[in-house]
Design a protein around this ligand. Structure first.
Ligand code: CDP
Length: 236
């Protein structure tokens, strides 16, 4: 064991299990886990509630003007033993995962001013290291110096199936076709947008988990973290 803490940046396509990996790593190493997507989702929920976005139609300038009124925090929930997302003091953890938010989040996340505000918050959260953050631009923009960068992906069909299983397990009435369409659409918007598009950092390791079990993938990831920690402990 070593006292050296690192930053782990996990990027990749939608619904490929980045958060699952990030949470498990944070729990194993006692690191802070930050789901940066939850922050873009919370901004989107604010926009939906204030009629600033509907079906991709976005009142961009009004949303930018409202950014100073949007306060996002993560608070630890001792019952579920995980952090919940709060929007202006309200726990919105469940609501931000529902389809109306998923269907509108990618256009919101294309706005450069929204990204600047979120990135500033994210960098502040990571300034003491010992953090695992997942998202789209963590290894490229938020923490370009992260010691370990992973780029996670899987086929669109497999990702949609996982998201479908997750939502139906929560009792939500969703169709597989609708989810697959949402996954593909977000991939497209996320990778083609002008502001910090989703792309693999040059020094990121690729993890295609289409045909890996959770255990297999964790074994692989932990090995990479251990390598980085060993390397860190040899640094002066
Ligand atoms: O549902 P999934 O886990 O795939 O996505 P998420 O991590 O909750 O992120 C939701 C959306 O926020 C993504 O589709 C991106 O449009 C946006 N996002 C982003 O632009 N940058 C990040 N660092 C994280 C998320």
């Amino acid at each position: 064991m070593t006292n050296h803490k690192i930053v782990v940046a996990i990027d990749g396509h939608s619904s490929c299990g980045k958060s699952t990996i990030a949470k498990a790593l944070a729990a194993k190493y006692g690191y802070v886990f930050i789901d940066s997507g939850a922050m873009y989702r919370a901004v989107t929920l604010y926009a939906l509630r204030h009629n600033l976005v509907a079906n991709g139609e976005l009142k961009k300038d009004e949303l930018i003007g409202s950014l100073s009124k949007i306060k996002i925090e993560f608070r630890y929930n001792p019952v579920s033993k995980k952090s919940d997302t709060y929007l202006n003091g309200e726990n919105v953890e469940d609501e931000i995962r529902q389809l109306p938010v998923s269907q509108n989040v990618s256009p919101v996340a294309t706005i450069a001013e929204v990204r600047t505000a979120m990135v500033r918050l994210q960098q502040e959260m990571g300034k003491n290291k010992g953090i695992v953050m997942d998202g789209r631009d963590i290894g490229t923009v938020v923490f370009p110096d992260a010691e370990l960068k992973l780029f996670v992906t899987a086929t669109a069909e497999i990702r949609a199936q996982r998201r479908f299983d997750e939502l139906t397990a929560k009792g939500e009435d969703v169709s597989f076709a609708e989810i697959l369409e949402n996954v593909k659409e977000r991939d497209f918007i996320d990778s083609t947008r002008e502001a910090s598009p989703l792309r693999k950092a040059d020094d990121a390791l690729v993890l295609d988990n289409s045909y890996l079990t959770r255990e297999e993938q964790m074994t692989w990831v932990i090995e990479k973290v251990e390598e980085k920690l060993r390397f860190k402990s040899t640094e002066i």
